[in-house]
Structures are given as C-alpha cells and as structure tokens.
Design a protein around this ligand. Structure first.
Ligand SMILES: NC(=O)C1=CN([C@@H]2O[C@H](COP(=O)(O)OP(=O)(O)OC[C@H]3O[C@@H](n4cnc5c(N)ncnc54)[C@H](OP(=O)(O)O)[C@@H]3O)[C@@H](O)[C@H]2O)C=CC1
Ligand SMILES: O=C(O)CCCC(=O)O
Length: 493
C-alpha cells in the first residue's frame, strides 16, 4: 500500500544492504515496521543478527581497502551523484520519512533538504582534506602530518531524523575514504534502505555503504562496538545508550563520536523582540512534534514579560493543526510510539502535582493512538521532572526568572549541554550570556540552528565530537606524523 504512494517504487526496499546486495531473508525471522499515525503495517523485514553483521563489517573492510585509494576527486564525483539523486527523489524520500516517522510532509521535505545538504557539503570537503608540513627541530629532518581515513565505521542512528542522521555521518565518512555499516533505528529503516538504493545507483562501490535491518539491537550493537575491524563508532541517540556504546567500544579503543540527549534552555529576556521570540520558541519547541535533541526543553522567561509571553505562546499553540503528516496543512504529527506518549504524560503529571498550570493542550489528542495535544504549561519549577529530563514531546514548560545571573545559573543546572537559545536585543547581554552557557551550540534570536555549514555537537553528557561543517570530516580521519631524517648531511646548507 505505502509503496504505491511513491513515484519510483524501486526506492521501497525491504531488506538489508550488505556488500551491494539486498538481503531479504535471514535465519532469524522477521519484524514489523508500522506507521505511527495509524498503526498500518508498512513492512515485514528480515532480522539481521551475528552472521549478517559480521558479513557487513567484513565486506566494509574489503571495500575500504580499495575505496581509500580512490582520489579525492573521484570520491567527490560519486558522492555528488548520490546528492543529485537525493534531490531528484526528494518527494518520494520525504513520503517514506512521513510514513515511518510521522512528521508532517512539509517537515519531511525540509529534512530531505537538510539531509542532502550534508552529502553535497562533504562531496566538496573530500577535496579539502589537507595535511601539514611542520618546521622540524633539526636541519636534517622534515616533519609531515598526513590525514588518513580511520577505517571501517559503524553508525547507529535514531528514528527522529531517519535521513539526516545517516547522511551527517555517512557523507563525511565516505568523503574521508572510509566505508560504513549503518544500523538505523528499527522503527525507521525504510528511509535508510532508500538511501542505500540511491547509493547503488550513484555508483558507490559494493561494501562501502551497508545498511542492516532488524530489531536485535543489542546483538548488532554489541558486534559493531566490539569487532576488531570496526575502527570508529558514530552514534546519535540517548545519553543512556551512548554510555553503553562507549563502554563497549572501550575494549578495542575505537574512535567515537556521540551526539546524545539534550535539555535545551531557551531564555527570553525582557528586552527581547517578542514577535521574534514567539516564532523562535514555537519553532525550537514543536519541530518534529518536540522530538529533537535540540528542542527547547525549558523556556525561561523574565518575570515582567512572563504573563504576556505565556498567553501569546498558548494562543498560537492552541491553533496548531494536528494529524496524519500526509494530510495537507498538518503541523503536528503523531509521536513515535505509545512509550513516548506515556513519558510526556508522566512529566506533565509530575509538573501538575507540583503546582504547574496547563495553558494549552495537556492531554492525549482526540485522534487517539500516538497523538498528543501540543501543550503549554506555566508555573514550572527547576526541580520538576519536566525541567530536569528530556521530555522529547510537544510540551512547552515555562519557568520564571528575575535576574540574568539567575537565568544563566538555571540554564546550566543540568548534566546536558547540547543547545541553548536566547532572545534579547542587547549586544553585551547577548555576548555575556552566550559565553556563559554550558552548551555546544547557542541560538541567538533564532530557534532554528541546524545547518550543514556549522559544527553540531554538545558538551557535558550531551556528547563527544562535532558533525557537519569543515570540522565534521576530522572525526573520520587519523593524523599520521612522519619524521623524515637524513635528507641532507648535517651541517650542509
Ligand atoms: N539525541 C537524540 O537525537 C535522540 C535522543 N533520544 C532520547 O532517547 C529517548 C529514547 O529514545 P530511543 O529512540 O529509544 O533512543 P535510543 O538511544 O534508545 O536509540 C537510538 C538508536 O540506538 C539504538 N540502540 C538502542 N539501544 C542500543 C544498544 N544497547 N546497542 C546498540 N544500539 C542501541 C536504537 O536501536 P533500536 O531502534 O533498534 O532500538 C537506535 O538505533 C528519547 O525519549 C529521547 O529522550 C532519542 C532519539 C534521538
Ligand atoms: O534530534 C536529533 O538527534 C538530531 C537533531 C536534529 C538536527 O540536526 O537539527
């Protein structure tokens, strides 16, 4: 059924991509992928376990040995063809994202623009990987630093951005000369397979880009983080799982990048342009139904503008159109599953028990299933669960503050440090605050900070490393230093 919504039905692949071949059956049975908007069965997929994972790793290793010796220009051309195909098939890819993840089609199109931008960017960056010649301490020596691909990479990706979280990892890996094995989230693998199909059409050699299928996550993850041939693990997901993967990777000392959970504060100072702040807070909160690691998890509002801003945010929130993401005009889709809805309910119940007040929404949506009403809750205090944990849903908690120092102290009072946002028209206040915030990224008078040109990543327990930008490719490169002596006799000019 879902397949028939696509113009190019060849993008709907129901199996793993290992060494350039589609694996549609394994000895371990199947599992189901469902549409979170209505529970419809989208696909019944083969479950990969040990044999398939090892085969993918070994084929990635064999492919790496050839791919690393292609020229940067050859890699750039092939990766750029992958980009062109993503642009050409954007509408179909967006539909696949909406079908399996639930986000409104307009957002899925936006995700495809974002996802393909990493592929274009890193096709360009492939040609700009440079080493260094370093002045040597002896006249007889030359010291050279080379950058070389790290080797076979493993990417474990989440369901909330089924395309972008793959391309943000795979494109720099391939550009650097590495091969990769991707384990997409078991709830959203169809987009990953479509990207695999386009990788084949683009001429990416067999084994360079592999995608596993299945929900035997611990088995697959255990092997990806322990196999000797895997040299790099790149992960986006919860801090809890990131910690497990780091621990597992420690045994074989793999290079690791971790893009983990957040608890983003959004501070609205009393001199803010309130029109801008309303738009920005709504965007930072409700993108992907609040299911983003950089979503504004706490909105900190200065005392004297609190009531006015709260009313404006509540009014706009009540007006959102909620529904199946494939329907025209829908702005808020379903959450990913029942567990995600239950977590939102639990956070809200804790806040209400502590004296917080619902200004908009607050309940499961009349549509049922995984739909939840976009919600604004006022009178939240810093000790409530909703302010301490990542809610990952369409709920906006409003917290009152009086002084700048209090806002900064509250914003930093978390073990997370991914994104922060602030609204003010005063340049010195902006600089002081942005400098003091303990996060890897700060949005100033904007709620949308994601772009391929900027380094994405966190501090504290929000992660390690940076993705995107000219820094992003370094995560897939090692530096080798050569000390070359005896080039001229000692004492010669
Ligand atoms: N930083 C971020 O971007 C994200 C943060 N989160 C946070 O995490 C919470 C839970 O969401 P969830 O999707 O379950 O996030 P997880 O961290 O559990 O999942 C992310 C990815 O890791 C995989 N995974 C889970 N456990 C293991 C393991 N033991 N070994 C190897 N891989 C593993 C998942 O596979 P599988 O799908 O097969 O379980 C998925 O591919 C959310 O409510 C949110 O707070 C969630 C997603 C993204
Ligand atoms: O939530 C995430 O895991 C990815 C962040 C989305 C973005 O890059 O904007």
């Amino acid at each position: 059924m879902s397949k028939h919504l696509l113009q190019d039905q060849g993008l709907w692949r129901e199996g793993a991509l290992i060494n350039g071949e589609w694996v549609t059956e394994t000895a371990h049975g199947t599992y189901d992928v469902r549409n979170p908007a209505n529970g419809e069965l989208l696909a019944r997929l083969p479950r990969c376990q040990k044999e398939e994972t090892v085969r993918a790793i070994e084929s990635a290793d064999a492919a790496f040995r050839k791919w690393r010796h292609t020229t940067a220009k050859q890699r750039a051309e092939i990766i750029n063809r992958w980009y062109q195909l993503m642009v050409q098939h954007k509408e179909d890819l967006a539909k696949i994202i909406t079908l399996e993840e639930g986000k409104p089609l307009s957002e899925a199109r936006g995700e495809m623009d974002y996802a393909s931008s990493f592929v274009q960017w890193f096709a360009e960056e492939a040609k700009r990987v440079r080493g260094d010649v370093i002045p040597a301490p002896k006249v007889t020596q030359h010291i050279v630093a080379l950058k070389q691909p790290v080797g076979v990479c493993a990417a474990i990706t989440p369901w909330n951005f089924p395309a972008a979280m793959i391309t943000r990892k795979a494109a720099p890996a391939l550009a650097a000369g590495c091969s990769i094995v991707v384990k997409p989230a078991s709830q959203t693998p169809m987009t990953a397979f479509a990207l695999g199909e386009l990788a084949i059409r683009a001429g990416i050699p067999a084994g360079v880009f592999n995608v596993l299928s299945g929900n035997d996550t611990r088995i697959i993850g255990g092997l990806l983080t322990s196999h000797q041939l895997v040299r790099k693990v790149t992960f986006t997901g919860s801090t809890e799982v990131g910690r497990v993967l780091l621990r597992q990777s420690a045994e074989t000392i793999k290079k690791c990048s971790m893009e983990l959970g957040g608890n983003a504060p959004c501070i609205v100072f009393d001199d803010a342009n309130l029109d801008l702040a309303v738009e920005g807070v709504l965007a930072a909160k409700y993108r992907n139904t609040g299911q983003s690691c950089i979503a504004a998890n706490r909105v900190l509002v200065q005392d004297n503008i609190y009531d006015a801003l709260a009313e404006r945010l509540a009014e706009r929130t009540r007006a959102f159109k909620v529904g199946n993401g494939l329907e025209e005009g829908v702005q808020i889709g379903p959450m990913i599953d029942e567990a995600a809805v239950a977590k939102v309910e639990e956070h809200l119940a804790n806040a209400i028990a502590g004296g917080a007040k619902i200004l908009a929404g607050g309940r499961r949506h009349a549509l049922g299933g995984a739909f939840f009403e976009p919600t604004v809750v006022a009178g939240v205090s810093r000790d409530m669960t909703i302010a301490r944990e990542e809610t990952f849903g369409p709920v906006m908690p409003l917290i009152r503050f009086k002084t700048d120092a209090e806002a900064i102290e509250m914003a930093n009072d978390t073990e997370f440090g991914l994104a922060s946002y602030l609204y003010s028209e005063n340049a010195s206040r902006i600089w002081r605050t942005a400098e003091a915030l303990e996060s890897g990224m700060v949005g100033i008078n904007t709620g949308l900070i994601s772009t391929e040109v900027a380094p994405f990543g966190g501090v504290k327990q929000s992660g390690l490393g940076r993705e995107g930008s000219h820094y992003g490719i370094d995560e897939f490169l090692e530096i080798k230093y050569m000390c070359w002596d005896g080039l001229r006799p000692a004492g010669a000019l």
